[in-house]
Ligand binder design. Structure first.
Ligand code: ATP
Ligand code: MG
Length: 417
């Protein structure tokens, strides 16, 4: 992508009405724009990141048997009344349709997926199933001070699993746990993300959160360093020892909940009278699990934990572009340098490398470097009079101070691919 064609521009001043670091930085760098508290647009750079986060999640969900669907955002009141959550889910956005029919905007989708599953699940032979979606969720959050980590409108992956019995749910739940760890590793968050024991509601002893250590996070967790697991503050009073090793020495830290998996047992299948026939033809309740992961929250969390004073440092898998190619040159040498840089851009692009190419003639080196650091692509390439004097291009990783010259004709095969 040519940087001159990007309709968004880097903004010099941090926006005054934004208090969170992630949103300030993402707005300045042109990834997102704020419409109102907790409501953001994702601009070309930001949408690329969000899509890549989604791609990683899809891959890992598909590997454990997930089937992607897309459910409606408008969910009729009757569905919520059937589970009692029209009243009890305190952050629902409610609205009336033209026919005076009432709806809530989807804040979670048990009320849609359960009656949907009922149309297809009849016998033990139809089980298990694991549908999921990636969709915009709406919650009327009171506090919206954490930027895209707490939106009133935000992107979530929600998977729901349906099983014949508890044992099958338990075994799938463990698979989902592993898939989540894989996902957070691929996001570069593996080392600072803890499986955290949280309240399980009425149907399970615990639920499990995936908490990423982050000083801007809204949660407090207690970490057992022996087992690399944690306990959420909400249950520490009743769970005062590590559920794995019994240790009572915890390290307290601040964290953001990036994912949450929950055994629902028959809470929703009973509400919608969803049953299946077992091998003996006897009707039984289905048991369910749900598995949430906030894409936009993850994006904000990565900015919070992976940056320096110059800007964002994206992990490679979800960077908007792998390479930021910067063209420099004096007036006299501009056309010659540009011809070389154009050639490199085309070669890399043809090899499938994603390149943001800063070919703007009206910006100086200082500004170009500062913008590249702020945007945070993993590899910076510079073509200038100096590098071309050696038939080379300067290569620098965003997370390293060192740079080196590499020969132009070998760069593509030696380094990038
Ligand atoms: P929290 O405790 O932070 O309010 P939650 O427990 O209500 O979140 P879930 O209902 O389990 O969250 O939602 C699943 C995932 O969706 C969360 O783990 C989080 O990653 C994400 N998420 C939840 N609320 C928001 C929000 N307001 N903005 C962005 N992401 C969110
Ligand atoms: Mg929570």
């Amino acid at each position: 992508m040519l940087q001159s064609k990007l309709f968004t521009k880097v903004i010099k001043e941090a926006p005054k009405d934004e208090v969170s670091f992630n949103a300030q930085t993402l707005i300045r760098a042109g990834f997102i724009d704020k419409l109102s508290a907790g409501v953001y647009s994702f601009l070309p750079l930001g949408l690329r990141v969000l899509r890549k986060i989604g791609d990683v999640i899809r891959e890992e969900m598909d590997k454990i048997g997930g089937e992607e669907i897309l459910m409606p955002v408008l969910v009729p009141k009757e569905n919520w009344e059937q589970t009692g959550r029209w009243e009890s889910f305190d952050v629902l956005f409610k609205l009336k349709g033209g026919d005076e029919k009432e709806y809530a905007l989807g804040a979670t989708h048990e009320e849609v997926i359960t009656p949907l599953a009922k149309k297809f699940l009849f016998s033990y032979r139809d089980l298990p199933i694991m549908p999921y979606q990636i969709q915009t969720k709406f919650r009327n959050e009171l506090r919206a001070k954490s930027g895209i980590m707490r939106g009133r409108e935000f992107l979530m992956k929600d998977m729901y699993s349906f099983h014949a019995d508890q044992a099958d749910l338990d075994s799938f739940y463990e698979m989902a746990k592993h898939a989540y760890f894989k996902i957070f590793e691929r996001f570069g968050l593996g080392a600072i993300t803890y499986l955290t024991y949280a309240s399980g509601g009425a149907f399970a002893k615990y639920s499990h959160e995936f908490q990423t250590i982050c000083q801007a996070g809204e949660d407090i967790i207690y970490i057992c360093d022996n087992c690399k697991v944690a306990i959420n503050k909400e249950i520490i009073a009743e769970q005062n020892q590590c559920p794995i090793c019994g240790n009572k020495e915890f390290r307290e830290d601040k964290a953001i909940e990036v994912g949450n998996i929950f055994k629902l047992a028959s809470r929703f299948s009973q509400a919608f009278n969803l049953k299946y026939l077992d091998k003996d033809g006897i009707g039984k309740d289905l048991v369910m699990g749900c598995y949430g992961l906030g894409l936009s929250r993850v994006m904000g969390a990565i900015v919070e934990v992976s940056h320096d004073d110059k800007g964002i440092i994206w992990p490679e898998e979800i960077a908007p572009f792998k390479v930021h190619l910067i063209l420099l040159g004096k007036k006299e040498s501009w056309e010659k340098n540009k011809a070389e840089a154009d050639k490199l851009y085309e070669k890399l692009t043809a090899e499938g490398v994603e390149v943001l190419y800063d070919e703007r003639e009206d910006k100086g080196p200082g500004e170009k470097f500062a913008e590249a650091d702020l945007i945070g692509c993993p590899i910076r390439l510079v073509i200038s009079d100096k590098t071309l004097a050696e038939d080379s291009v300067e290569v620098k990783k965003r997370n390293s101070e060192k740079s080196k010259l590499m020969k132009l004709d070998s760069l593509v095969k030696d380094f990038i691919v």
